[in-house]
Ligand binder design. Sequence first.
Ligand code: NAD
Ligand code: MG
Length: 400
Amino acid sequence: MRFALIMTRQNISLLGSTGSIGCSTLDVISHSDGAMHLCALAGHSNIKLLIEQTQQFKPKYVAVTNPQTASEVDKSLFPDGTILLKGPESLIQLAQLPEAQTVVCAVVGRAGLESTMAALQASKRVALANKESLVIGGELVIEASKKYNAPLLPIDSEHGAVFQSLRAGNHSEIKRVVLTASGGPFREYSEQQLQSVTLEQALAHPTWKMGKKITIDSATLMNKALEIVEARWLFNLTAEQIAVVIHPQSYVHSMVEFVDGSVIAQISPPDMRLPIQYALTCPERTPGPASQMDWSVCHKLDFFPPDMTQKRFKGLSLALKVVKYGGSSACVMNAANEVAVQYFIEGKIPFLEIVSTCCKAVDAHLQSGFIPHPTLDELIQIDNQTRQWTQRELDALANA
Ligand code: NAD
Ligand code: MG
């Protein structure tokens, strides 16, 4: 038994360990009875937490990716023998570590793209939380997963649910994938109320505790927009095969409807430790720390169709349009969103301006600069150009 455990121990490199997904991943690892071993950690700027994590898990490697923080870090604060890496390039190094079989990509935003690609190119098993990688470079990410025989397992709860539900049928039998959305904190707000939403209100998500950026994305529904594109690539779907339904309780994480009318769903309390664990153990299942259903109480599950004519759902229509166009359009949607979210966090633009900016950026790009099959370098260039374009637009708006 002991021998079997050692033989099957999974060595994990965790990129973005200090974030919400990073911390939940560590909890899953610590409940794995030694079946999972952490060999590397990367964090950006929360040194205090990174040191605590290193002391608890004793990985061989630790990386500090923010150059400013890295230049100030004191190596003696880490346990003896830890190999300390510094700067953004260290993410690539940890994504390709020979001793890691699995890489958990839990960095937020566009900063995760190159390390996701690097892990796939090194034929790692990639547990992907960083949905932005797939949104920006979906075609290249999927190609790399196939070419390098690197399994790509979704951590996002909706995609984890679809991934599990798909085990009930073949790809040719899919009628559509139904992504659930909690609807965020403003599900019942009027358009007028949405205009004066504050940062504090936008950060109070009703069902999930997450990092700041994805919490704002959930409030604008841009998170669901990103997830539509993520589903398109992960499951090779057309825009017509992707539907979204508002499900405020966040218990049904998503569903697959098959051609015969059967709908297979995955249900569990909202707790990211379950999809993280499944991405690390599948096709097997093991007991773990995630909260379990309590069947001794009454549960009510509501589903509402989003009214796509309303302004609040504009992000969903944008994502479906981006799926239809493909190419570089989703990269633009993502870059504009990242910049606009930052402007909203800094109090420079109103809430509704986030999605409007994404729509304008995509429209401008489709008129000029669109590339049907961009390379990674082209995507990086388009991402940079879109960030500059969005900053100019939003600065003009803020100063008007
Ligand atoms: P977070 O903000 O809590 O954590 C982000 C992590 O990325 C931190 O460890 C931070 O140090 C690191 N990071 C930030 N900027 C970086 C940079 N420039 N270079 C390298 N590292 C950097 O975010 P989160 O909520 O854990 O989300 C992480 C990813 O997982 C996102 O892509 C998000 O969309 C996705 N996701 C999160 C949840 C959730 O419940 N939190 C659910 C599904 C998907
Ligand atoms: Mg999700």
